[in-house]
Design a protein. Structure first.
Length: 312
């Protein structure tokens, strides 16, 4: 667990850099893309799930899913087009997905929403003039965790689903993420566990407050069984889902990040390479949990996607 003074400082930094849209939004009149807002990719509990689609002037046929989530909080207002402007300039169609937010949803449900968004994108690939076999994904912090959960998922078949969208795959062909959470069972050192709400700063605990419907009571009740909590914790830790068929993954992490330790990216890269997955870790010298010139570093993400999402 981080020291208290570091937690307080990092919370302020995270909320200002990773959640607030003001720092990186910029002047959208300079965007090299047409923006289509509030595309509904699904519904959950009567709530519309939406994304914004950014169609570049000169599309290259590939697409990037930008996961909008900081601390597992997601809002349409948090879409920061200036951050992914380098992707638009390269011709990538960008889908800025808002996958649901705490406290309404917990991490597994948010991940499922994101999976639905990718299935929707693949199903409508022709309409968006993209190749369904050339999808990349990116995100920061919680968005990075969700991106890696998708990238490492052992996808189950939905071929019998009545909804044709759900019959599509939610696999991606490349990932590039900033300071992701990768292993909640080994946080900043081996054996340091963040299970359930334990270990998480107060503002973010709702994302880990897992509940399930109890038929006898008709109520959703908090999961307290230690074994089940550990199972869920492993499920949201992408390091345990790595397999040799996972797509190439690029990670960038600041060496002064006291909120999500760089240890998270290091152990993930080591585990991925041991599995045979192409993985690289870029260390941002002096970088904390977000930094003002992240847009420049997105150029390196664009290089990664150029390398791995080329037309065949």
């Amino acid at each position: 667990m981080c020291q208290p003074q570091f937690i307080r400082a990092s919370l302020v930094l995270m909320l200002s850099l990773c959640v607030s849209p003001t720092l990186l939004r910029g002047d959208e009149s300079n965007l090299d893309a047409k923006r289509t807002m509030d595309v509904v990719y699904g519904r959950r509990d009567g709530i519309a799930l939406t994304m914004d689609v950014f169609s570049p002037e000169k599309p290259n046929g590939a697409a990037i899913i930008q996961v909008i989530s900081g601390g597992y909080y997601a809002s349409h207002d948090d879409i920061q087009p200036a951050l992914f402007q380098p992707l638009l300039k390269r011709g990538y169609t960008v889908f800025a997905v808002v996958p649901g937010s705490r406290p309404v949803y917990q991490v597994p449900e948010i991940r499922a929403n994101l999976s639905r968004a990718i299935r929707y994108i693949r199903y409508h690939a022709k309409e968006y003039s993209i190749d369904p076999k050339r999808l990349g994904i990116t995100g920061s912090s919680a968005g990075g965790n969700l991106s890696l959960q998708i990238a490492t998922a052992n996808e189950q078949s939905h071929s019998e689903s009545k909804d044709p969208i759900d019959r599509e795959s939610s696999r991606v062909q490349a990932a590039a993420v900033f300071f992701p959470l990768t292993d909640f069972l080994n946080w900043s050192k081996p054996g340091e566990e963040h299970i359930g709400t334990t270990g998480h700063p107060t503002p973010f605990r709702a994302a880990f407050d897992y509940r399930e419907m109890i038929p006898e009571t008709g109520l959703e009740e908090r999961i307290t069984d230690p074994t089940r909590l550990r199972e869920i914790t492993r499920e949201i830790s992408p390091i345990y889902a790595l397999s040799s068929d996972d797509p190439p993954m690029l990670l960038m992490h600041g060496d002064k990040d006291f909120f999500v330790p760089m240890y998270q990216s290091k152990i993930f890269m080591e585990a991925a390479k041991a599995t045979g997955v192409e993985t690289n870790l870029l260390i941002k010298s002096g970088g904390q949990h977000g930094w003002p010139d992240m847009q420049k570093d997105m150029e390196q993400f664009a290089d990664w996607f150029d390398l791995h999402l080329k037309a065949k």
